[in-house]
Each structure stands twice: as C-alpha cells, then as structure tokens.
Design a protein around this ligand. Structure first.
Ligand SMILES: [Zn+2]
Length: 487
C-alpha cells in the first residue's frame, strides 16, 4: 500500500549500494575475513614468506581498498597466495580489478616470472606504483616523476593570473599552495631540493609580478619573507626547512618508537640492534630508508632542547633558529588594518617601497620630484615623514584621535614614536597600529594615483578615508571608542 492506495506487490530485496553509510563497516568486516585467511597461510608449507617479511609475519598490507600481497617469488608460493585470495573473492563477491592490479618482481628469474604471470593472469608491474596515492619506489624519484606536482601548482597559479589582486591578496593565495605542500608531507616526506626551489620560484614570482612564469624581480628576499613576524618576516612557511624537519621527525620516530610496524621492519632488517647514530648506512636498503638514517646528521646540528620535540612544527622552529627582532615588530601584531594596508606598511618599514630615489638607482628614468608637495625629491624619508602633504594628513588624523604630536620629528624619531604608541594590545595601541597602516597605505595610493592615473585628491580627502575604514574594521570595544570620536 502506497499513499493509502493498493499497488502491485513488489519483491523485498537485500543489497548494498554505493554511498550507503554502512558500506565502510561491511567492507572492514570483509577485509578482516581476508586478513584471517591470509594469516592462515603461514601454516601451509606451499607458501613461503617474501624474504623481507618472514620475521615480522607480514603477508599483506591493506588500507581502504588498496591491497598489497607479499610472497616469495616462486610459483608455488604465489599460486597458493592467489588461491587464498580467490577463496576470499568467491565468498565475499569482491573481485580484484585486473586492470588496476599487477605483480612486482625483485630478483626473480625470467622464466619463473613468465610462468607466474601466465598462471595468475596479472600483468607485470613496474616501479614506481601508487599506494594510497603516493608513488612508491626503491630508488629516488626522478625530476620527471615530480613534474605532476609542479604542473598542478603552475595550473593553480595560472588560474589566479586573470584576477587583479594586491600583493597581500597574492600572498594569501600562495599560502594555500604552501599549505598544500605542507600537508603533502604527512604522506611523503622527502621532496628533492631542486623541486622545492622550483616551487618557491613560482610562488615568489607570482607574489611580486602576478605572473605564472619565473621572474627575478622580488622586492624582499623569499627567505626573509619566511621569517617570523617579530624578525621582520611575513611568516610564510620555509618549505625547504620544513622538509628537513619532516625527515628528522621520521628519523626520530625510527630511533624512539620501535613499536610502529615500519620502524620495526627497518630495525629488523637493517639496523639489527646496532646504534643508529653510529652504524654504517646500509647500502642495500632503499633510497628512502638510507635518507631517513642519514637524517641523524641534521639531528646532531639541532640544539638539544629540540631533540625531544615530537612535532614537525617544533623541530621546524628549532631549525629556523633565532633571528634578531626588528624594532617595529609591534606594528605587525594585532593590527586590524586591511591586509593590503598592512603589507604596504610592512614594505615601508623595510624601506622597500619603490620610491623615485630607488627607481633612479635601478636606472629607471622617472621624475624624482615628490608629486604630493612638489617641493622636494621623493625618498622614503620625505614621502612618509617630511612631506608637507603627508604631515597635513597625519596631523589631521592625530587631531581626530586627540593625540598631541610634535611637528619636528625626523624619520627615525617618527618610527620610534609610532612603535612606542603602538606597543601592546591595549585599545589605544591597536587604534594606533591600524591608523598608521591605513595612513601609510593612503599616502602610497595617493602618490601612485597621481603618477599613474593623474588623479589628485586633497589632504582632507585622503585623511577622511582612514576613519571610514577603521570604523568598519575595528572590533568590539575599539569600535565603540572610535565611534565616539568625530572626524
Ligand atoms: Zn612631498
């Protein structure tokens, strides 16, 4: 009966559809059955372990729907193993996809290989193959094999080039690329230095030129941008150092956590009770195993305080080392100005904005006159401190905030005064940081629009934009305080 009306009788049926929430559980139960069947193999004299698996009783590894089966490379062992899997197939209805399955041989004679392939019907596989999406090989992956990763990153950057974004906007997008690389390390942890340099170059070029090709132009060096904010950096992740940290972490797990299966395996077959700090690197081991053991040298260079760190992040911070702090660091913390204003202020603090004096040094022909006042040559000191236009805007802003400011600051005195005012997290300090960043941005934008678009605004117009932005962006108590002030 449907909707109160009689219908034709229908058959009840049982079955499983893709996407059914219970299917992973059923799958796990089925795989448990397979595991038990395979574990039974060790009592069969026809089956012999893979030579690197016997001591740990490994017959198979499986995760989700990926399955690796191991056996000694002789016909009898393989056919016994295969029969065991077929028994599972017949009972569960789960079949191996022949197109996605292959046999990988190591040190097996040619005629034995042929016989095994013929009897089982699988194809001959070649390394590297993917397990859980990661390419596995006994050798170092070639540059070619890393190309897909590079291609993906370039494609991502290319998709952004159509958009006109500020430097700050581009930095945010680049951070998503870097984050992707970082999460890659949770699966695979050694990316060759060359590949990383290439990734860095693409990211750097995109930030500074907005293009998807590698250019040399960078106003601030990449390594500097990767420093913590307190050291004048932009806190980007230094992926080369992160890589080394990730390898060290793996080495540390190998040295300390002997209960993990992979660690147990390396200990059983290669370390064999030797002291890992002093043993010879086993030459017959795979590239990856050798690299992990070689990481002991990185660990020796680390300060002892970092030796017991269990996270990659902590080791990374240790490797980043101590850097001298910049005096204006307080401006970079708890600053609620717009990202593009913060970035412009950051560049101004580094003295890296392309003012006329710097362009002239680069041999670029441009009028060196300050376009805001027309009274002097343009330099950072003039533009952001001495210029009568800038002084008028800043004076107007300080009048709005009811703060007394002495008119005769030098550039250094001005920066020192701002940093003192902006120190800490108090409401007044946060207002000062935000207003200063937006002020610098306003001056820089006015300068650019006069040069490139020939549009001029008055000091009053430039100043007015700052309270407008600040009123919108300020949070909580700070907003209430700002709203009490009349511009
Ligand atoms: Zn001027």
């Amino acid at each position: 009966m449907i909707n109160g009306e009689l219908t034709k009788p229908f058959e009840a049926a049982k079955g499983l559809r893709q996407g059914d929430p219970i299917s992973p559980f059923l799958f796990a139960i089925a795989m448990e059955y397979l595991s038990r069947l395979l574990r039974g193999l060790k009592h069969r004299k026809e089956y012999r372990y893979h030579p690197r698996c016997g001591k740990l009783d490994i017959t198979h590894l499986s995760f989700a729907d990926d399955l690796l089966l191991f056996a000694r490379g002789d016909c009898k062992s393989i056919t016994t193993l295969h029969a065991c899997f077929m028994q599972f197939s017949a009972a569960s209805g789960l079949l191996a996809n022949l197109n996605k399955s292959a046999i990988y041989f190591g040190g097996v004679a040619q005629d034995t290989k042929q016989e095994i392939l013929q009897k089982t019907g699988y194809s001959l596989g070649e390394l590297p193959f993917k397990y859980l999406g990661i390419p596995l090989d006994t050798k170092k992956l070639t540059a070619m094999q890393w190309q897909p990763l590079i291609d993906r990153i370039v494609a991502k950057i290319t998709s952004w080039t159509a958009r006109k974004l500020s430097y700050a906007g581009r930095i945010q997008l680049v951070q998503t690329v870097i984050f992707g690389i970082q999460s890659y390390w949770s699966q695979i942890f050694i990316i060759p230095a060359k590949v990383m340099s290439l990734i860095e170059s693409y990211c750097r070029s995109y930030i500074w030129s907005g293009a998807n090709t590698i250019t040399k132009r960078a106003l601030i060096a990449w390594d500097r941008m990767c420093l913590p904010k307190s050291a004048g950096g932009y806190n980007l992740l230094n992926i080369k150092i992160w890589n080394r940290a990730a390898i060290s972490k793996t080495y540390w797990d190998l040295a300390k956590k002997k209960d993990r299966m992979w660690a147990k395996w390396i200990h059983t077959y290669y370390i064999k009770g030797q002291r890992i700090m002093e043993m010879d690197i086993p030459q017959q081991a795979s590239w990856m195993v050798r690299k992990i053991i070689e990481a002991r040298e990185i660990m020796q260079q680390l300060p002892t305080a970092y030796l017991n760190q269990s996270s990659i992040k902590q080791i990374y911070l240790g490797m980043l080392g101590n850097h001298s702090k910049v005096t204006w660091r307080t401006l970079m913390f708890h600053n609620e100005a717009r990202p593009k204003a913060r970035f412009t202020m950051w560049m101004q603090c580094h003295g890296r904005l392309m003012t006329a004096d710097r362009l002239a040094n680069w041999g670029i022909q441009i009028s060196t006159r300050c376009c805001l006042c027309n009274e002097a040559d343009e330099s950072p000191t003039h533009l952001f401190c001495e210029c009568s236009f800038t002084k008028a805007v800043w004076g107007r802003l300080m009048q709005w905030l009811r703060i007394q400011v002495s008119p005769n600051h030098t550039y250094t005195q001005m920066m020192a005064w701002i940093t003192t005012q902006a120190k800490g997290k108090s409401c007044a300090a946060r207002v000062m940081k935000m207003v200063y960043a937006e002020h610098i941005y306003g001056i820089w934008r006015e300068r650019n629009s006069r040069i490139f678009e020939e549009i001029s605004r008055t000091t009053e117009q430039v100043a007015r934009e700052v309270p407008c932005v600040c009123n919108v962006r300020a949070q909580g108590g700070m907003r209430a305080k700002l709203q009490q002030l009349m511009f």
